[in-house]
Design a protein around this ligand. Sequence first.
Ligand SMILES: NC(=O)c1ccc[n+]([C@@H]2O[C@H](COP(=O)([O-])OP(=O)(O)OC[C@H]3O[C@@H](n4cnc5c(N)ncnc54)[C@H](OP(=O)(O)O)[C@@H]3O)[C@@H](O)[C@H]2O)c1
Length: 291
Amino acid sequence: MNFSRFSLGLMRLNDWGFTTSQLIRFIEQNLELGITAMDHADIYGSYTCEENFGKAIAGKPLLRSRMQLVTKCGIKLVSENRPAHTIHAYDTCMRHILQSAENSLKYLQTDYLDLLLIHRPDPLMNVDEIAEAFRQLKAEGKVLHVGVSNFSASQFDLLQSRLDFPLVTNQVEVSVLKLDSIYDGVLDQCQQYRIKPMSWSPLAGGNLFHSSEARAIRLRKALDNICKATGGYSMDQIALAWLLKHPSGIIPVIGSGNIDRIKKAVDSEKIILTGDQWFSILEASTGVEVP
Ligand SMILES: NC(=O)c1ccc[n+]([C@@H]2O[C@H](COP(=O)([O-])OP(=O)(O)OC[C@H]3O[C@@H](n4cnc5c(N)ncnc54)[C@H](OP(=O)(O)O)[C@@H]3O)[C@@H](O)[C@H]2O)c1
């Protein structure tokens, strides 16, 4: 799958308070900026965000054809919209994956999903069942590509070992405030297989700006130093440029409903951090020099 350099995350869609026509305009503006990968999950907005997005693109095949629809399945939320769910749980059995994909197709008002991800590794996951569900959905043309989210490198390899087509991404939490995947083998594995990881909460869900913890304060100072050195760029842009510099080709999934912030995010691609600048941010995040 050919991803755009950034993806738009729709988890917070209901918080943005758009009317349908405002949402259509917002989607168009993102497409004009080159952001074509629209990141959903069945559970966002307690199972309502896909539907609200679907209403915006309904009956607009030209608009649909300009984007890639990414969605996820495998989490079962307790929700008034899913009265049968009695406990927050995971379900990655074949029946659940097939049913979730059908629901997403219906709510998003589309004939096909560009990419379906298993949202989280399920301690009870039977990878043969996931593989069979993926095979069936691809054979029927309902899903073009498949991948995972929040998987460890070994979980990724386990599922990949049952497939004769590639998992195309592992969507993980990575940002200046969340470094695990840089060290635990997940981003190494993406480079090894030449697939691009997607970064959820690339600005730590806004905590980078709001948190009063020492780590966030250190980071803001380090980012601000680079803002001054680069002349005119802002902290969010430097934090994104830090992700973009990683050789695995991280695709930040931008969670903002503010088009000016999204324009700035896209502009961050112009920033080429020096190695020293990159390491000064790493040092501010960990609080120690690299050994
Ligand atoms: N796979 C998974 O398990 C998983 C988990 C969580 C999320 N996701 C995906 O990742 C996407 C992005 O996650 P996210 O929304 O947490 O991403 P994010 O981009 O890190 O955070 C977005 C939040 O930060 C705020 N923000 C952005 N720039 C700001 C600034 N300069 N100053 C102050 N606040 C700022 C935004 O507010 P404004 O709207 O006001 O700009 C918004 O509330 C989600 O939409 C979803 O698609 C996936």
